[in-house]
Write a protein that binds this ligand. Structure first.
Ligand SMILES: C[S@@+](CC[C@H](N)C(=O)[O-])C[C@H]1O[C@@H](n2cnc3c(N)ncnc32)[C@H](O)[C@@H]1O
Length: 235
């Protein structure tokens, strides 16, 4: 492991706004803040938003700055990336954001039905492994158990296949689509969006790619992927 990573991991262990629950512990016991993040950690009953696969946490921090009366939690498995988000939270004394280092597969052990919105920002598109996509039915059926009754999912991606895959799941399952564009920067939706760009988004824009955005209500479980769509996709 590189020296820089080691330094970041060591620093991570000292940050009070970074939770690193060991996976083996979560498998046997829920996180002690599950269902109580707003009251017991943030000390309020404000709306809670998650950013999943947050990387350096640009969205989590950007939204926390824009909306001080809401709570934000970024989740990612990579401690060396989370280091940047946690450092910003610490330096700027941002009191309405924190981070959790965990596999998103364990989200139901960490959160109960207390989340108003989930952002999935520029996730890996996994062109040949649909079941690994963070918006695949297996993941959505985890998210439905952490969202409150009106909870929504926001997907921001440069990958048109991932966008249309996710949109198809929403349509086929009768979920309410609230916002939908495959060209955000040429859409009126852009004006209503938080003006935040992650490092990945900036890179994709520099490459001339279009950005897709989808927001839908996830108020029920969705059907599993049919076998043919789990197989390597010719997309
Ligand atoms: C392509 S990066 C995007 C990072 C950030 N959202 C951005 O836009 O800059 C995808 C991130 O998702 C995280 N990730 C992917 N699958 C994950 C999983 N199952 N559990 C936790 N993190 C995951 C990776 O560690 C990585 O940081």
């Amino acid at each position: 492991m590189g020296k820089k990573k080691l330094i970041r991991f060591k620093a991570n262990a000292t940050f009070p706004r970074l939770f690193e629950p060991p996976a083996l512990e979560l498998l046997v016991k829920d996180h002690h803040l599950k269902g109580k993040w707003a009251q017991d950690f943030f000390g309020n009953d404000n709306r809670l938003t998650l950013e999943l696969g947050c990387g350096r946490g640009e969205y989590t921090i950007g939204m926390a700055r824009l909306f001080p009366a809401q709570n934000f939690i970024g989740v990612d498995i990579k401690g060396s990336r989370l280091f940047f988000g946690v450092t910003a939270v610490q330096n700027e004394k941002i009191s309405n954001a924190c981070f959790v280092r965990s596999q998103i597969e364990l989200i139901n052990k960490i959160f109960a039905r207390e989340v108003s919105e989930i952002w999935v920002t520029f996730p890996d598109p996994y062109p040949h492994r649909a079941h690994r996509r963070l918006t695949s039915p297996a993941f959505l059926n985890r998210y439905v158990n952490v969202l409150n009754a009106t909870g929504t999912i926001c997907l921001k991606t440069d990958d048109h296949n991932l966008y249309s895959f996710t949109r198809t799941i929403a349509v086929e399952n009768g979920l309410e689509i609230i916002d939908d564009t495959d060209d955000l920067y040429n859409s009126p939706l852009q004006l209503a969006m938080p003006q935040i760009q992650t490092a990945y988004e900036k890179r994709f824009l520099d490459e001339g790619k279009k950005i897709c955005f989808l927001r839908f209500r996830l108020d029920r479980e969705v059907m599993p992927l049919p076998k043919k769509r789990q197989a390597p996709a010719k997309e």
